[in-house]
Structures are given as C-alpha cells and as structure tokens.
Design a binder for this molecule. Structure first.
Ligand SMILES: CCC/C=C/C(=O)SCCNC(=O)CCNC(=O)[C@H](O)C(C)(C)COP(=O)([O-])OP(=O)([O-])OC[C@H]1O[C@@H](n2cnc3c(N)ncnc32)[C@H](O)[C@@H]1OP(=O)([O-])[O-]
Ligand SMILES: Cc1cc2nc3c(=O)[nH]c(=O)nc-3n(C[C@H](O)[C@H](O)[C@H](O)COP(=O)(O)OP(=O)(O)OC[C@H]3O[C@@H](n4cnc5c(N)ncnc54)[C@H](O)[C@@H]3O)c2cc1C
Length: 647
C-alpha cells in the first residue's frame, strides 16, 4: 500500500484548486460533466474492457472491435443521447473516444461523413447523409494508393465519364493505383469516398471525389468489378490492428454521374466540366478538417502518457536512502523534472492551441459559406503546421514517458507501448509531417516575398509586418526573471522565426529556378516552418523549454546571446521547482478514469507494485508451470548436455 500513501501526500501538496482546473482542461463545466459521465459509463461496462487486448490474436481482436462498435452504437440509441442524428452529437463522440479502440467508425464519422458534408451538393447531402447518420451505410475515405499518398495530384485511379449511359467508370489502371491504407475499408465499409482523376472525352481534369458503393448491403460481398481486402498487420501488438486498413481495386466499375461530389466542380449531363467560382483546393477540405481534429487530439494522447509518467514518478523510488529511511522519489531528480515537466506543459499548451485552432477553423468555415476565401491559405498553413508540430512532439513525448518509467514502462500493462503504437502513425497519416511543414514553408516564403509589394501579412504571419524591427531586435534580458515576461519571450520567438524565414527567402532568390532552390533548401525551410509553428504555440501559451531546446537557433540568428540563454535555463529550473509540488494535481486535472488510462503505473491510487505482480500471473504463458514445447525443444537440449558432459 506504499504507493497509495505517496499519491495522497502528493495531492495534499497542490497549490491550486484541482476541481477548477478540471473545468479549465475540459473547456467548460458542461464539457467536464459530460466527459465525466460518459467516461464512467464506459469504464463500468464490461463489454468495453480492454485489459485483455494485448493477448488477443488479430481475428479475435478485430471481432472484439466490431462488438464494441456495435455495443457503443446500441448505447447511443438506448441512452437516447440525442435524436435521429445521434451519433454526431458530443455525447456520442465522447463515448466512442472513451471506448478507446481504433475502429471503422472513426473513418465513417471522422472522414466519410465530413467529406460529403464539405464537398457534396445540397441534394447529395440530402440523399447520403441520413443513411450515413443512421449507419445504414458505412463509409470510408479512399484517397491514398499503393504508389502515391503524399502526392495527391499523382493519384492514378480514373473516373471516366460515359455520356452514353450518364455514368462514371471507376478503374484502377495499374498495380500502384490500388487504393491502399484507408481505414474501415478492408472488411467493413459498404461505401467509400474514392478520389480519382476525372477524365472527360480524353481530357484529364485532375483529382475529384466520388461516392462508390463497394459491398452489397445484403450479404456484404464486394460488388462486381471490386476487389477488397485488409493490408495486413501493422506496428505494435493490438494497437492499430483493431482497424481494417484496406486495399481496393476497381475493374471498370460504373456509378451514376450524380455520385461525383459536385460542390466544387460539376459535370453536366452533356459531359461539360463546370468549375464553380471557388478555389480548387476546397477538394482538400476534409484533410483540413481532420488535421484540425488531430491537433485537438494530440493533447489527449500526450496528457495520458504524462499522467502515467507523473504518477509513477511520484510512486517510484531509487537511491538516496539514509539509515533505512525512504529512498528518493524519482520525480525529485532534476533530470526527471527537466524531461517530464516540459511534456506536462506541452500537454496543456496543445490543449489550448487545439481550442484556438478550432476557433480558426470555425471562422474559416463561416467565411467560406459567405464566399470569402481570403483566409483559406492561413487555415491550410496553420492546420498543416500545427498537425505536424503537435503529432511529432506527442509521439516523441509518449516514448520519453516510457523511458521515464524505466523498465516497467516497457510492459504492456504500463499502457505506454500501446499508446505509442496507436499514436505514432499520426506523424504520417493526414499528411506526412515533413511534407506538411514544406507546405507551411511555401506559405511563409510567399508571405515574405509579398512584403515588398505592400501586401500586409495577416493572421499568424502578422508579425512579419514588423520585419525591419525584428531584424534589428536583440533581447534585452538581464536577469532570469525577465524570461517570465510573456512579451520578452514572444519577441524572441518572433525575431527567430522572422530571421529564419528571411534567410531562406534570401537563399532561395539565389536560384534561377525557384523549384530547384526549394528542393535544395528543403531542410532549412522545414526548420523555419517549425520556428513559425512554435511561435503560434508560444503566442497562445508557453515557451521556455522550447527556447532552451532550440537555443542554437536563437543564438545563431543573433536574437539572444549565450548569457541570456543560460539565464533562460536558470529560470526554467526555478519553474520546475514550482511545478514539482503541483505535478500530480496537474495530471489529476485531466480527470481520466483508470479504464481510459489503461495503465497500472498510472493508477489513480498509486497502488502499483501489488497490481503489477498480480497482472504478471494473468499472462497466458503462466497458464501452465512448465511451458508447452518443453518436451520437444527444451528437454532434448538438456539431455544432450548431460550426454556431452558424460562424454
Ligand atoms: C484516423 C486516421 C485517418 C487517416 C486518414 C488519411 O490519412 S487520409 C489521406 C491524407 N492524405 C494526405 O494528407 C496527403 C497529403 N498531401 C497533400 O495534402 C497535397 O498533396 C499537398 C498539400 C502536399 C500538395 O498539394 P498539391 O499537389 O495540390 O500542390 P501544391 O503544394 O502546389 O499546392 C497548390 C496550392 O494549394 C494549396 N493547398 C494545398 N493543400 C491545401 C489545403 N488542404 N487547403 C487549402 N489549400 C491547400 C497550397 O498552399 C498551394 O497554394 P498556392 O501556393 O497555389 O496559393
Ligand atoms: C495508420 C494509417 C491510416 C491511414 N488511413 C488512411 C485513410 O483512411 N485513407 C487514406 O486515403 N489514407 C490513409 N492513410 C495513408 C496516409 O495518408 C499516407 O500514408 C500519408 O499521407 C503519407 O503518404 P505516403 O505513404 O505516400 O508517404 P511518402 O510520401 O511515400 O513518404 C515517404 C518519405 O518520403 C518523404 N517525402 C515525400 N514527399 C516528399 C517531399 N515532397 N519532400 C520531402 N520529403 C518527401 C516523407 O517525408 C517520408 O519520409 C493512412 C496511413 C496510415 C499509416
């Protein structure tokens, strides 16, 4: 029971009101109450248990996922979480989130429905959405192919208009055009939004979205001309293998003309291509929406890992015992604090940045409705950049938390290996993180180059308007406390980002071919993009550990000098000491149930050792004292050694 005492003691040390912080974390009192209610409901339902997942084979695991998804849907209906369109409401969304098992439903609700909402005409929405809302059809998002994922313009699947029958013929002309990766496709989806090159009368109009039925609604068999399967086991044990990421090929599959998503551009009965007066990039709208969601989710994944590592660091003791007294809690080691507390801060920072990005996204969506497209580039750059920044930091952060938990962090029962394995593809899906940073870099270089034409930068690039001042800037920090002033930190980050962007723009101008220059300088451009994205996070919340981590940038761009760098570090150490008594309370404020955390090391009661010991005996290997295979493989060896010994 040692651990129990440790955490109670830790909780008493808190210098702030944890209940108030729970509301800040949740967003509002209503959000807190909703999350609290739904997470407890899921935790208390035996169908949603997940501690047995690691030992399941792929088929059992997948069936278990289907069972949970069906049960979650039943609960949504039974609890009358809402009216007809229940599954879109926050309660239903939270229920799926707390079930915490990637499933085809993520893609159905998270991409298929938004793709139709964003790119379908009013009539298409009226036809398809009610079916999707009731799950009478189940859909996925089939964009990526075996040969191309990042390069969307390079997709090969074709949708050729046949004016005789008023249909599109969907076809996979090559092996590399096979759709590859879409979640929910492999075994479940009845429909997909398929991205294919539109061909009319031999002319290629680029990539567009089409609603295609894949499987029969009666016997679930693939429709004629369609070949589908699962692409196989992925990284980790249970992890993302609950998902049926799929492969799909089309052999001249016909769909009616009105199944092309026609909000952005249309094909008429006569086969005329009509492009509405809107940017073609709106075809990418679903990706912008999902990237914004991924930023919001990053804080959830990181906070789970941080919660586990913080509680366990308070329970775990190593070294330092004098005269038989207690050893030191590992959370008291300064190195542990300098690795853990920046992650704790990052989880909070990403929570607030996610909220800000949702505001930005909502604002852009409203403007788009009013045919104001002016903020679309900014929305694209922010969602792409922050998706990249937060998922990279979260994936690295989860792995750091595993190391912070020492050997026990490597056990599946710590919850960390699975959290990492489920989370890490977020650095790749919805846009590879480097490819997305290069998009941000393009936006920044364009902004810098347009300054001379009098174009006023807006939104998150507004600081570029003060370019001259930022190029002259040198920090006036004299003592460690100066680094506590938000403006001081902000200016240093602005100057660093501005200088890195300007340096890239200047170097690019030396190339006669700008594309060649962009390729050559890509690594520097990515660093400038990271500096800009960090500025966005900093301007919304926090900073010093980032400054310390990227001290080289700040010194080499002349924004601060080495002395000021060490003052920042000194201030950081002071801050860690201030966080220390509050650490456990800060992670309690996430209000995660033990079921959701899924970690013995992160248990609320801190009762780690007895539970770890108990859990070990549940492993299937311990079902028998002598293992299967002893007679065939171990005994002969032992006997042979005996024979050799006699020889
Ligand atoms: C649960 C997990 C589920 C996972 C699901 C998935 O992974 S689903 C699969 C997810 N797959 C991926 O995420 C694939 C990632 N790849 C891509 O998104 C694109 O191929 C690309 C953006 C890399 C390049 O695009 P491109 O070949 O068209 O070439 P380009 O670079 O020349 O850009 C031209 C112009 O368009 C602009 N612009 C671009 N995007 C957007 C946007 N979203 N909005 C607005 N604007 C955008 C850009 O700024 C530029 O503007 P400018 O300068 O002319 O004013
Ligand atoms: C778990 C998971 C779920 C997914 N779900 C779906 C889904 O539901 N629907 C769907 O359509 N897709 C899905 N995807 C596919 C995903 O969107 C793509 O894998 C992703 O966009 C990356 O593309 P890619 O695989 O082509 O990577 P690649 O582009 O081949 O990346 C390989 C390497 O090349 C680098 N690279 C590529 N281009 C450039 C460049 N221009 N400059 C510099 N470096 C570059 C990358 O940084 C990377 O290091 C999923 C993927 C995963 C892993």
């Amino acid at each position: 029971m040692e651990g129990v005492d440790h955490l109670a003691f830790e909780r008493n040390k808190a210098q702030f009101d944890v209940d108030e912080m729970k509301i800040v974390w949740a967003g509002s009192r209503e959000d807190f109450e909703l999350s609290d209610r739904i997470s407890r409901l899921v935790a208390s339902d035996p169908v949603f248990r997940k501690d047995d997942r690691a030992a399941l084979g792929r088929k059992e695991l997948f069936k278990n996922t289907l069972r949970k998804a069906a049960h979650a849907w039943k609960r949504v209906i039974e609890l009358r979480l809402s009216g007809e369109f229940s599954a879109l409401e926050p309660e239903a969304y939270k229920l799926r989130a707390f079930v915490d098992q990637p499933a085809f439903t993520d893609l159905h609700w998270g991409m298929f429905v938004p793709a139709i909402q964003g790119q379908g005409t009013d009539e298409q929405q009226q036809k398809w959405l009610p079916l999707a809302y009731r799950m009478q059809i189940i859909g996925c998002y089939a964009q990526t192919e075996l040969g191309h994922g990042s390069n969307v313009q390079g997709l090969e699947t074709t949708a050729t208009f046949d004016p005789k029958t008023d249909e599109f013929v969907i076809h996979s002309p090559t092996l590399t055009s096979s759709k590859w990766w879409p979640g929910g496709l492999g075994k479940v989806s009845t429909h997909a939004v398929v991205y294919a090159r539109l061909i009319i009368d031999g002319q290629d109009y680029g990539v567009h979205g089409f609603i295609v039925q894949l499987r029969s609604l009666d016997d679930h068999l693939p429709l004629p001309g369609i070949t589908i399967g699962d692409i196989g086991m992925k990284f980790g044990n249970a992890a993302y293998n609950t998902m049926d990421n799929g492969v799909l090929t089309f052999d001249h599959v016909r769909i009616p003309r009105n199944q092309m998503l026609m909000r952005v551009s249309q094909v008429t009965r006569e086969g005329k291509y009509v492009h509405s007066n809107v940017p073609r990039q709106l075809v990418y709208g679903t990706m912008v929406y999902v990237r914004q969601k991924i930023v919001a989710d990053a804080s959830v994944a990181l906070s789970r890992a941080v919660c586990i590592a913080t509680r366990y660091s308070a329970v775990r003791r190593q070294f330092g015992s004098h005269n038989g007294g207690l050893e030191t809690q590992v959370i008291d080691y300064k190195t542990q604090q300098s690795r853990l507390f920046p992650l704790l801060a990052s989880a909070y920072a990403f929570r607030f940045v996610g909220e800000w990005l949702l505001w930005l996204y909502t604002d852009v969506t409203e403007r788009l409705k009013a045919k104001d497209f002016s903020t679309l580039p900014e929305a694209h750059a922010c969602t792409a950049g922050l998706k990249s920044l937060t998922t990279t930091a979260t994936a690295d952060g989860i792995e750091e938390c595993r190391k912070l938990c020492g050997g026990h962090g490597y056990l599946c029962s710590s919850g960390l290996p699975e959290l990492f394995a489920v989370y890490v593809p977020a650095c790749t899906y919805e846009g590879d993180n480097i490819v997305l940073l290069l998009q941000v870099a393009r936006h920044l270089v364009k902004t810098v180059s347009q300054l001379s034409t009098g174009n006023k930068p807006v939104g998150t690039t507004a600081y570029m308007a003060r370019l001259e001042q930022l190029l002259q800037y040198h920090s006036d920090v004299k003592k460690a406390e100066d680094w506590l002033k938000p403006n001081v930190v902000l200016e240093a980050f602005e100057a660093r980002a501005a200088r890195m962007c300007v340096a890239c723009a200047q170097n690019l101008s030396k190339f006669s071919n700008p594309e060649e220059g962009f390729q050559e300088l890509a690594a520097d451009l990515v660093e400038a993009a990271v500096a800009h994205c960090q500025l966005i996070v900093v301007s919304n919340v926090y900073a010093l550990s980032l400054l310390h981590k990227h001290l080289g940038d700040f010194i080499s761009t002349g924004c601060i000098d080495p002395k000021q760098g060490s003052l920042a570090n000194e201030q950081l150490r002071n801050l860690y000491s201030q966080v220390r008594p509050n650490a456990v309370a800060l992670v309690d404020a996430y209000n995660y149930t033990d079921h959701y955390l899924g970690s013995i090391l992160g248990r609320y009661d801190g009762n780690v050792y007895p539970k770890l010991y108990e859990e070990a005996w549940k492993d299937p290997l311990n079902d028998s004292i002598v293992p299967d295979g002893f007679k065939e493989y171990i005994q002969p060896l032992l006997k042979q050694q005996l024979r050799n010994a006699r020889l």
